[in-house]
Design a binder for this molecule. Structure first.
Ligand code: 4FN
Length: 441
C-alpha cells in the first residue's frame, strides 16, 4: 500500500517511519510512504504556500494553486489515489473505517497548517475529510501519522503475528482484558489464579469476560459496534442484571398543586401501565407507585389483580410480565425500606425537577452512576411536581428535559420517564441475547 503525504514539514515524519513495526514494514516493502514538500509546488522564488484570508481575520491559509499542482501531479500517476484531508471537520476515524481504508491501494494524506486550506480545494479536489478527534492541533501531520498507523496495521503482513491480528479482529471494538507478567507476586499483589491454571479454555473465557466487563464499565458506547457472539450477549445481560440496580418511584404524595400547596394526586391507569412496560423493557428492578390514599390504593390493587392473576393475565401475558415490576407503597419511607432490605444498602435518590434546587447532574454523569453498581431510585413527580420535602432528600438532580424550540417542556411523566431511561441506559439497549439483535452489527 502506498501513502503520499503532502506537508510543509516532511522532516516531521522521519523517526516515526524508522521505528517499530511501521519502520519494519516500510523496509520490507509492504508499505511505501512518499513524503512531498508542498513548497516544491509553489512557483515564486520565496516558495510561498500561504496567504491572507479574504474578508480579513486572524492567521493564514494554504493558497489553492500549490495544493492543486501537488494533487494533480499525484493524480497523474497510477493507481489513482483517494485524497484525504485531515481536518477537525472530518469524519471521526475509528477502527472499522481504518480497516476499510486499508482496502485501498493508495491514499493521499493532505496536512493543513495555520488556519487550514482554501475551501475550493477542499470542496472540489478532496475525496474525504478525516478527523482523529476533537482538540486543537497545530497541523494535520500528527493526524496523518495516526491514520497511517491505524490503517497500516490492517495491511496483510505488517503485523507479524497473523494470529494476533485475527484475535484483535475478533475482539474488535472491545477493550483489552487485564494483563500480567512475572513475577507472580509483586509487592503482595498476586496474579489471578486462573491465569496460572494452565487451563487454556478457562483462561480464554476469563479474558473474554474481563474484556466485556471493562468495556461495559468504561466505554459502553463501544458495545454498540463490537462483534458479539450469543455467549457475549448472555454475559453482558448477566453483567447488566448484576450491575444495574435501578428503581423508579412515581410519587402521588407529597406533591404540589398549581398553587404550590402540598397535595396527594390521583393515580392514572396510563402511568401504571406505560411506566411498568417501560420499566420491564429497560430492566428496572421495581416500579413503585407511592400512594397513601386508601381508596386510590384499592383501585390500583384491583387493576393489578385483573392483569396479574385475573382475566387480563390470560388475555395478555406480556402485560402481566410488565405489571409484575409494580409495587404499591404508602410512602417514600416504605419504598426506601423495601429497597434497603432487597439490596442491603440504601439507594441514591435521583430527583427530576423542572427547576433543580442544586446543580443538576448531566445525563452522562448519571449514566456513570447507574453503571457503578450502586442502587439508584429515580423519583418521578405527578401533579405540579415533587414537594420540597422530597426534593430536599434527593442526592442528585437530573437535568431538566428540554425540547428543541423554546421553554415549553410540558411532558407527561410517562414520556419524561421514557426519555430519562433511554438516556441512562441507551448503551445497553438491544444488547441482550434476543434473536432480532443478530442483524444489529
Ligand atoms: N487542526 C477545533 C475547532 C476548530 C479548529 C480546530 C483545529 C490544524 C490546519 C486545522 C485538529 C483536530 C483533529 C486534523 C479544532 C485535525 C486537526 C484533527 C487539525 C491546522 C487547520 C487544524 C475540533 C477542537 C472543535 C487547526 C475543535 N484530525 N484547527 O485544531 O488539522 O485531523
Amino acid at each position: 500500500m502506498i501513502f503520499d503525504i503532502l506537508t510543509i514539514f516532511p522532516e516531521y515524519f522521519e523517526s516515526p517511519l524508522r521505528v517499530g513495526l511501521l519502520g519494519k514494514a516500510l523496509k520490507r516493502g509492504l508499505l511505501e510512504v512518499r513524503l512531498h514538500n508542498l513548497r516544491d509546488f509553489a512557483t515564486d522564488k520565496h516558495r510561498t504556500i500561504d496567504d491572507k484570508p479574504f474578508g480579513g481575520g486572524e492567521g493564514m491559509l494554504f493558497k489553492p494553486e500549490p495544493l492543486y499542482r501537488a494533487l494533480e501531479s499525484l493524480k497523474a500517476e497510477s493507481p489513482l489515489p483517494r485524497v484525504i484531508y485531515l481536518s477537525p471537520q472530518g469524519r471521526l476515524l475509528e477502527h472499522r473505517l481504518a480497516q476499510e481504508l486499508a482496502q485501498e491501494q493508495r491514499l493521499v494524506l493532505l496536512c493543513g497548517r495555520y488556519e487550514g486550506i482554501d475551501e475550493r480545494i477542499r470542496a472540489h479536489f478532496v475525496d474525504m475529510e478525516l478527523s482523529i478527534g476533537d482538540y486543537v492541533l497545530f497541523g494535520g501531520e500528527a493526524a496523518a501519522l495516526v491514520v497511517l498507523e491505524a490503517v497500516a496495521r490492517w495491511v496483510p503482513g505488517v503485523v507479524g503475528c497473523e494470529d494476533s491480528v485475527r484475535r484483535d479482529s475478533f475482539a474488535e471494538g472491545l477493550l483489552k482484558y487485564p494483563q500480567y507478567t512475572r513475577p507472580r507476586d509483586f509487592l503482595g499483589y498476586r496474579v489471578p489464579e486462573v491465569l496460572l491454571s494452565g487451563d487454556h479454555a478457562r483462561v480464554e473465557r476469563w479474558r473474554r469476560e474481563k474484556s466485556l466487563e471493562v468495556t461495559f464499565d468504561r466505554r459502553p458506547d463501544l458495545l454498540r459496534t463490537a462483534r458479539l457472539s450469543p455467549e457475549d450477549r448472555a454475559l453482558l445481560q448477566e453483567l447488566f442484571r448484576r450491575r444495574v440496580r435501578l428503581y423508579l418511584a412515581l410519587i402521588h404524595y407529597p406533591v404540589i398543586n398549581k398553587e404550590g400547596r402540598k397535595i396527594a394526586s390521583s393515580f392514572t391507569n396510563l402511568d401504571l401501565h406505560d411506566i411498568a412496560r417501560l420499566a420491564r423493557t429497560y430492566g428496572v428492578r421495581a416500579y413503585y407507585l407511592v400512594q397513601p390514599l386508601r381508596d386510590q390504593r384499592a383501585i390500583m390493587e384491583e387493576l393489578l389483580r385483573f392483569w396479574l392473576s385475573g382475566p387480563g393475565a390470560r388475555h395478555n401475558p406480556d402485560r402481566a410480565e410488565a405489571l409484575k415490576v409494580v409495587r404499591l407503597a404508602r410512602s417514600l419511607e416504605e419504598v426506601l425500606a423495601q429497597i434497603r432490605s432487597a439490596e442491603g444498602e440504601a439507594p441514591l435518590l435521583l430527583a427530576t425537577d423542572a427547576r433543580p434546587r442544586r446543580e443538576a447532574l448531566s445525563y452522562e454523569e448519571a449514566a456513570r452512576l447507574v453503571r457503578s453498581g450502586r442502587p439508584i431510585l429515580i423519583l418521578l413527580g405527578t401533579a405540579w411536581g415533587l414537594a420540597p420535602e422530597v426534593l430536599d432528600r434527593a442526592d442528585y438532580f437530573l437535568e431538566p428535559l428540554y425540547g428543541t424550540l423554546d421553554a415549553y417542556n410540558h411532558l407527561s411523566v410517562r414520556a419524561a420517564a421514557s426519555i430519562i431511561l433511554d438516556r441512562l441506559l441507551r448503551e445497553f439497549s438491544g444488547l441482550g441475547p434476543n434473536p432480532s439483535n443478530s442483524t444489529r452489527n
